[in-house]
Ligand binder design. Structure first.
Ligand SMILES: Nc1ncnc2c1ncn2[C@@H]1O[C@H](COP(=O)(O)OP(=O)(O)OP(=O)(O)O)[C@@H](O)[C@H]1O
Ligand SMILES: [Mg+2]
Length: 504
């Protein structure tokens, strides 16, 4: 039985094919709720963008002021009987034989308006019963389960200010991916974790599916480093310096193959020292040696593999690259740049499973308007963003400063999940870069609470507000309150002092 909520009215603005107003007959109606109107060709579906209240008795300011001088108007007139509410509705489409099509004819004044039923919404929003359960739709009893392909294949961006639940939501997505049965199609997950927020998966029910590699453990094997990569990591290198470097690296590679033993970056430095002995090449040799020595000091390039991706990037498994133990931004960027290139290469050759690469603080790795020198991972991230979809290499970019995130990466993210955001520059940027967001939605973003999200884009046929579901694996995150942090610091200090006293 459909629940009637009002009647379409005629206003100077409509009804039109995209908008109508209705007078509310059920005061449980709320902003954001989906409603339907039966038309001969199917059901028009829309959502309430605003609710306005009106009352004839209070329309004229001077009469209200005059009356209220002696006694309240409500004492002399039946004011409550004349109060009514009008809901404005944005039309999203027409559901016709199970298909959603564009609405091309307006509803009529006088038409009955009904609350949208969950089963119908499921069809309209193109939800997938075996999809990723992210949370519940506001005002409706409906679980939002998004299709795996629609959500990830054309990349996902999670944008919000700090502390609004980005990492929490990402954990929910990871849980869903780890729980998928093989028959539904499983992908591998690689999380680039700046603050050690995902390592906790190791101590949960998903522990067996999780591998954690810390930044200090991670080494890039020298034999996998191409001259192109070195050039990417040392953007100051000139064309002539690069021309000298290539044959030396190629020669070293040949020798490495013949000898069968792994070489390191130190071998390359030595070889450059020997091979570029000519006095004329001094201005090529010196800077090259300087840069390569700096690179070697980062201790990020090793002689052999610390970890092989083929082993860990498996369907239904999570690989966490915990970079929280690295201070040096350059080192982090080099690791991320290598990981992106390597994963994409292996995926193209089908040596690893289709994967989702989660990049926390994406604006640090793929920043907009920052010199190449400080954005070493930007090009590889953009490459996956541009070409990944054909090969099953999916990106999930997470950022609290969308304004600083490379537009060429963000614009490739066809689904956006936006949580609370208050910075006007970020909101404006989101409005410009995400298709399908109108000004009402942008205004609502500032009023969202922690754990509430707006989903817009490929994964859903119409933008919706969702309450993100609770996580199944609650593990201590690093986001402790200041009270807790200071208490535990004092307790640890006290214990240390007591231990010293006992020892003396
Ligand atoms: N859907 C939710 N339900 C319940 N609690 C939540 C939800 N989302 C977030 N929280 C809580 O809010 C706090 C902040 O969340 P989270 O760490 O995910 O924010 P963040 O956006 O990743 O912040 P940062 O930008 O600092 O990384 C956490 O303590 C988390 O437990
Ligand atoms: Mg976070």
């Amino acid at each position: 039985m459909q629940k009637e909520v009002g009647t379409v009215i005629s206003t100077p603005e409509g009804p039109t094919t995209t908008h109508f107003d209705f007078v509310i007959s059920d005061n449980r109606v709320r902003k954001g709720q989906f409603v339907t109107v039966d038309v001969p060709t199917g059901k028009v579906i829309g959502s309430i963008t605003e609710i306005t209240k009106a009352n004839r008795y209070f329309e004229r300011a001077e009469s209200v002021a005059e009356y209220e001088k002696t006694s309240p108007i409500s004492a002399s007139f039946p004011v409550s009987e004349w109060e009514y509410s009008i809901a404005s509705v944005n039309v999203h489409g027409l559901l016709c034989d199970g298909q959603t099509v564009r609405s091309t004819y307006p509803v009529s004044p006088g038409d009955r308006v009904f609350e949208a039923e969950p089963e119908m919404l499921k069809k309209f929003l193109q939800l997938d019963e075996s999809g990723i359960y992210i949370g519940n739709l506001y005002h409706h009893d409906l679980q939002i389960k998004l299709s795996l392909s629609k959500l990830f294949q054309k990349h996902l961006a999670i944008l919000a200010m700090s502390g609004s639940g980005k990492s929490y939501l990402t954990c929910v997505l990871i849980e869903e991916l780890l729980e998928r049965p093989p028959l539904s199609g499983r992908i591998a997950i690689v999380a680039i974790d700046n603050h050690g927020e995902y390592s906790g998966f190791k101590n949960t029910q998903y522990g067996k599916q999780t591998t954690v590699i810390t930044g200090k453990q991670f080494k890039i094997p020298y034999r996998k480093v191409s001259p192109q990569m070195i050039r990417e990591w040392i953007p100051e290198m000139s064309a002539s310096q690069y021309r000298e470097l290539v044959p030396i690296m190629q020669q070293l590679k040949r020798e490495m193959k013949q000898s069968g033993s792994p070489f390191g970056i130190e071998d390359l430095i030595q070889r450059i020292e020997l091979d570029l002995n000519d006095k004329k090449k001094e201005n090529i040799k010196r800077p090259l040696l300087g840069w390569l020595t700096e690179l070697a000091l980062l201790k990020v390039i090793g002689s052999s593999d610390s970890h092989q991706f083929e082993q860990f990037v498996e369907p239904g498994r999570l690989l966490v690259l915990d970079l929280s133990d690295i201070e040096n931004q350059r080192k982090k960027q080099i690791i991320v740049s290598y990981v992106c290139r390597r994963l994409f290469r292996l995926r193209k050759k089908e040596k690893i499973a289709p994967f989702l690469l989660v990049v926390e603080e994406a604006h640090n790795f793929a920043p907009e308007k920052v010199e190449k020198h400080h954005a070493l991972a930007r090009a590889p991230i953009i490459t996956i963003a541009r070409e990944g979809r054909k090969f099953g290499a999916c990106l999930c970019l997470i950022s609290q400063r969308p304004v600083h995130l490379a537009t060429s990466a963000l614009s490739q993210c066809n689904t956006n999940i936006i949580l609370r955001m208050t910075n006007p520059f970020d909101i404006k940027h989101v409005g410009e870069s995400c298709e399908g967001i109108d000004s009402d939605m942008l205004n609502s973003i500032t009023t969202l609470r922690v754990g509430e999200a707006l989903i817009v884009g490929e994964a859903i046929s119409s933008p919706i507000f969702v309450k993100i579901r609770r996580r199944k694996s609650e593990f201590a995150s690093k986001g402790k309150s200041l009270e807790l942090l200071s208490k535990s610091f004092e307790e640890a200090k006290k214990k240390k002092e007591q231990d010293v006293e006992a020892f003396l």
